[in-house]
Design a protein around this ligand. Structure first.
Ligand SMILES: [Zn+2]
Length: 318
């Protein structure tokens, strides 16, 4: 009986090899009926549209189902250098939702190789992921951002032929120049941190504060995201390739080699806040979690030990 169960499991979890048809006899004596298809959830409808519109997809579909349209694994990292330790494999998928809309699904570096085994038509359910929008040119002045999702964990749940027609790539609701400026200004405020100004006060600066991020006190579970493991462990600052971040980071205009540590810290705050918490944009700047702030400051310390304190944006300004 054990063997039969395993065989059924193999067949059910490899439907692209064992095409089950209605009326097929399964080894356990049962017959495939219409329900067999129904057990694979259909791709989530309207999902890409909602990300493009900046709507709250986490409430709409906490574990969305998407279908793989194509796949590309590439070695990315610093270009032209001879430091190969900076090169990282990334797998980028094009996925479609149940409405035929297509977007980029960028797999986190730690699942790039696993994701490389995915095939066209595979249906995946995202478990841990971050919806975001990105400028397709990888930075610069473009504000025709596109919807995307950074996937940290997923489950392959089935396979079916792709829909005959897919919609053309979708751009986000265009940000106005004001909104783009606001987004950049929020971060450039940070960039000036530590450089000094004429109204400096002592309480604008703080020292590195070590925090313990434990299961009982998970300080990086913030802004609607629950972290089972501390983000500093699941996505360590050490493993983040600044050259890769720089390509995505719209306010990073200097070569990493010429960046001061303050810039690097801000780029990393941006990277985590955008990727993990999906926070960037007008009136949407938030303080990074304490564990992350400490980890980033430790990695790129300020020589005088003083760091610009996070100051919430005052609503009344402008
Ligand atoms: Zn943490």
């Amino acid at each position: 009986m054990q063997n039969i169960r395993e065989l059924v499991e193999v067949i059910r979890s490899n439907p692209q090899i064992y095409h089950l048809r209605v009326g097929d006899h399964l080894p356990d004596g049962s017959i495939v009926d219409q329900d067999e298809d129904a057990k694979i959830p259909a791709p989530t409808t309207n999902y890409v549209k909602m990300i493009a519109a900046g709507q709250s997809v986490m409430e709409y579909a906490p574990t969305p189902v998407l279908q793989v349209v194509s796949k590309n694994m590439a070695l990315e990292g610093s270009t032209g250098g001879n430091n190969h330790t900076n090169m990282i494999h990334f797998t980028n998928l094009r996925v479609c939702d149940g409405s035929g809309d297509v977007m980029l699904a960028r797999l986190s570096m730690q699942i790039a190789h696993d994701g490389d085994k995915l095939k066209e038509g595979d249906i995946i359910q995202l478990n841990l992921f971050t919806p975001l929008t990105y400028p397709p040119s990888g930075g610069g002045g473009s504000h025709h951002r596109m919807p995307a999702v950074v996937v940290h964990t997923y489950t392959k749940i089935g396979y079916s032929a792709l829909p005959k027609e897919l919609n053309p790539p979708m751009h986000c609701i265009t940000m106005t120049q004001d909104e783009v400026d606001e987004c950049v200004r929020n971060e450039s405020q940070n960039l000036r941190g530590g450089e000094g100004g004429d109204d400096d006060e002592d309480d604008q600066y703080e020292r590195l504060v070590e925090v313990e991020c434990t299961a009982q006190n998970r300080c990086c579970s913030l802004y609607g995201i629950s972290q089972v493991v501390c983000v500093c462990e699941s996505d360590p600052v050490d493993k983040i390739d600044l050259e890769m971040v720089r390509r995505y980071c719209h306010f990073a205009t200097t070569d990493v080699s010429k960046m001061k540590d303050g810039w690097k810290r801000n780029m990393l705050y941006w990277w985590y806040m955008t990727n993990i918490y999906n926070i960037c944009g007008k009136d949407n700047r938030k303080e990074p979690p304490a564990c992350l702030t400490a980890a980033i400051r430790k990695k790129y310390p300020e020589p005088n030990g003083l760091y610009k304190r996070y100051v919430p944006k005052k609503k009344s300004r402008n």
